[in-house]
Design a protein around this ligand. Sequence first.
Ligand SMILES: [Zn+2]
Length: 262
Amino acid sequence: MSTSETAKPLEGKLLFPFIAPPNGGKGTQTQILSQRYQMPTFDMGATFRAIMKEGKDPQMKAELESFMSNGKLVPIETVVKVFKKNFEELALQNPHAKGFILDGFPRNKEQANALSQLCREWGAELSKVIYLNVSMEVVKSRAIGRRFCSQNARHVYNIHDPRLAPKQAKQEADGSGVASDAQGREIWICNIDGADLIIRPDDEPQTVEKRLAEYSRETDPLIAYFREQGQLTEINGEQAPDQVTQQIESDIQPLLTLSPTP
Ligand SMILES: [Zn+2]
């Protein structure tokens, strides 16, 4: 067993993996906490996109493509390799950070085991796993109610937004009709530029259902695993965002203050 001290750039660092269902508010929370505590976020989804679309690592891209073009799942060894290489890179770029947020890794129990192993190698600590518990009903309604402006994707709405007005159907002479899409759903218009709001394919009910089923299948055992290990911090993610932040902070703040600065 190697105990070479020079090879441990992550000695004493705290890792905080975040687990939440899609639309569970993870992006909002990790962004706030990352800024407030100068904890860089490692985003596994963004890492894969950088490799596949932005040409970050052509060799790795070829390796990933060799699995995907055959319709195979990327094996765990490869996923872990991508994580290790890119996370170490982030850690080296941020030598003064006490902690790091992990978004999108680990995604299942096998990846959690691999992460525990890596932490032992690195001398890093997997202290708290933050789980934002949001019921499937709530995340479903968040996704299904979301609308994007057809002119500017940064204009994002929820149909419960009181500022929104439905689009009037042009064919109605008295102007009382409401325009609807092919599925009979009301069309709304952007409050800023008046453009039609659209539903992203990702937010279509069938797609949402499928994605959530997949999430549960992988994540339920992951949550159970971290709970058994005593590492899980469960937060009610249906509260107002600032309450969620406060609760996470009350858990991680003591760790960040007490951990020794290398
Ligand atoms: Zn707009």
